[in-house]
Design a protein. Sequence first.
Length: 72
Amino acid sequence: MKKIFRLEDLDCANCAAKMERAIQKIGGVNEANVSFMGQRLSIDADESRFEEIMDEVVRVCRKVEPDCKIIR
């Protein structure tokens, strides 16, 4: 399942790259792209576990950029 989410308060391109690498390491994630310029997260993940994976994505992103919010 592929979805695109809006990001709020993503402050720098370096943080976006760190978030992208961290998301790609989560089990069940096929592909992830974090766009600093577009303030968007594109994720392709296992459909049967999508909500569980997204909860993990939110947790991982908060570690990298505590102020960034993923608008679901």
